[in-house]
Design a protein around this ligand. Structure first.
Ligand SMILES: Cc1ncc(C[n+]2csc(CCOP(=O)(O)OP(=O)(O)O)c2C)c(N)n1
Ligand SMILES: [Mg+2]
Length: 280
């Protein structure tokens, strides 16, 4: 059992991430709200509880690393980083604006706290493996978290990486699969059926933990359990694309589209209401 206050605090932070996602994508007039909203709870648990990191020292050699392999969910990552103190939250208003540093996809050369530049799907797990092997060679005890999309599983490079992670017994590597069932063109099973997905990962030598990716307690338990494994772990997080905004939930069209003026107001009012309910 986790402390009730901790759970509530992480739920509050996840809601705030969602509000920043909607606000920044609306102001930018472009971006990916759906896949950003689906990982808000996961990022909240990672940045505000689980990860060892120091926003004042973004390149601290002993920090846990995070690779957002589904780099189009950058608005959620930027919100978590700003809220952690890597840069001022005011910068979130300048998402995708010329002359500012928060690009549409994360750039490690420009944004403090971004461990890897991503956006081209399929590559993040390979990079995470490199970091995990480096950690072993350097005798460091940091962990590497990689957040993957389920449409991203169509990329063959993911499976080459999956095989090499177990070959190298990378128990310091934790991949989190955002299993929202949707990709850019449709339902994941219609585009390329990879079911049973959990058994594919097991066959590649990974431990698999299946959870509700919006349940803070389950996310925390899974992260804790992953730490005890002697194999790489895949946390299969079942989520809802667009989670938290009624008309974006399960919607294909909000994969990569900003809300209109009217939709923006509705989304913010729903999230504000959820916040009020949480605060009782
Ligand atoms: C190599 C590559 N091909 C195509 C794209 C364009 N693209 C951006 S997001 C996306 C869909 C990804 O679906 P999924 O991994 O399920 O992400 P989520 O549902 O979490 O948004 C695609 C095809 C890309 N970024 N990289
Ligand atoms: Mg998806």
């Amino acid at each position: 059992m986790h402390d009730k206050e901790l759970i509530k605090e992480l739920q509050r932070k996840a809601l705030l991430i969602r509000k920043y996602v909607i606000d920044s994508v609306y102001r930018a007039g472009s971006g990916h709200p759906g896949g950003s909203l689906s990982i808000a709870d996961i990022l909240s648990c990672l940045y505000f509880h689980e990860m060892r990191h120091d926003p004042k020292n973004p390149r601290w050699p002993d920090r846990d690393r995070l690779v957002l392999s589904k780099g189009h969910a950058a608005p959620a990552l930027y919100a978590a980083l700003a809220m952690s103190g890597y840069f001022p939250v005011e910068e979130l208003k300048n998402l995708r604006k010329t002359g500012h540093f928060l690009q549409g996809h994360p750039c490690m050369l420009k944004v403090p706290g971004v461990d890897m530049s991503t956006g081209s799907l399929g590559q993040g797990l390979s990079v995470g493996i490199g970091m995990a092997i480096a950690g072993k060679l350097d005798e460091k005890d940091y962990r590497v978290f990689v957040i993957l999309g389920d449409g991203e599983m169509d990329e063959g490079q993911v499976w080459e990486a999956a095989a090499s992670a177990s070959h190298h017994s990378l128990d310091n590597l934790i991949a989190i699969l955002d299993r929202n069932g949707l990709q850019i063109d449709g339902h994941t099973e219609e585009i390329l059926n990879l079911e049973p997905m959990q058994w594919r990962w097991r066959a590649f030598g990974w431990d698999v933990i299946e959870i509700d990716g919006h349940n803070i307690e389950e996310i925390l338990d899974a992260l804790h359990e992953a730490d005890k494994n002697d194999k790489p772990t895949l946390i299969m997080a079942y989520t809802i694309k667009g989670k938290g905004v009624s008309f974006m939930e399960g919607s294909l069209s909000f994969h990569g589209k900003p809300p209109s003026d009217e939709q923006y107001l509705k989304a913010m009012s729903e999230l504000n209401q959820a916040e009020e309910e949480l605060n009782g």
